[in-house]
Ligand binder design. Sequence first.
Ligand code: RRO
Length: 321
Amino acid sequence: MGRSSTPRAAGTEGVAVDPAVRVGSVSLSNAVMTASGTSGHGDELGRYLDLGALGAVVVKSMMAEPWPGNPAPRLAPVPAGMLNSVGLQGDGIGHWLDRELPDLRAAGATVVASIWGRHVQDYERAAGALQGADPAVVAVEVNLSCPNLDGGKHLFAHDPRAAAEVVEACGAAGLPRWAKLSANTDRVVEVAASVAEAGAEAVTLVNTLLGMVIDPDRAAPVLGSGPAGGGLSGPAIHPVAVRTVFDVHAALPGLPIVGVGGIVDARGAVEMIMAGADAVQVGTASFAEPRTADMVRTGLEHWCSTHGVRAVAELKGCAHG
Ligand code: RRO
């Protein structure tokens, strides 16, 4: 089957499948990663699955310095998903390099380091701290879209110029840069083009959507962040994420995309890749079933095998006709 052609109906005879994909200059053994923020900073998921079998482990966003995060409660279940206001808690990149990255390396993981900041200079320091990191770190995901910073009012990912400035500063890492964007703006295509121009090799689409849960009995927001609300994730946002990937791929077909948002099974991953993603990340579903990312990995290969697709990469953009 040629690139972007239509898979055949499922059959019982499977074909051999090449699971390997590329995201810009980064080669991954397969298309399925963890999503930032859903598997900690280290090898926390390693007791449930073989981290080395995943395409990559994307760690929770880190700043150069420690950051305390938001008051509890930080998580609230909602129908078809979850709201969080973790607030970027972390011990800083120095601690990560010394104490957590070695465990990931020992587990055989391919690692993507996610970084954040309040100002361009914060990102530059974080990126600089990653320079010369262990070769297990293959890329830096520049988180421009956390909804839990300033109540989501000043997301870099909502402003093409500010987003580009940050991505440029993150060149200090000397690693391929992936820019994590938000679907909370109608300018996502413009922002994607702008970060690509500034040096991002890929965009990760999408972060959580701005949301709020109110407890009617207390007449108050449920999460400890109060009026700042939180970020909605899980199956509730999957169609939004697929649409965003589809739109960005249609407008910028040469730009590599990592698709994330509400993937719970292989079909969700196939959808995302057919929309235009080169690879996917699995996040919220891991809270209920920590092996989900690995189940999606094996399920994706099985889906391709039974649909006559000889390489996962051939599925990219199939839905564009
Ligand atoms: O830590 C968080 O509160 C958080 C982050 Br960094 C993010 O990118 N997305 C999200 O929903 N929560």
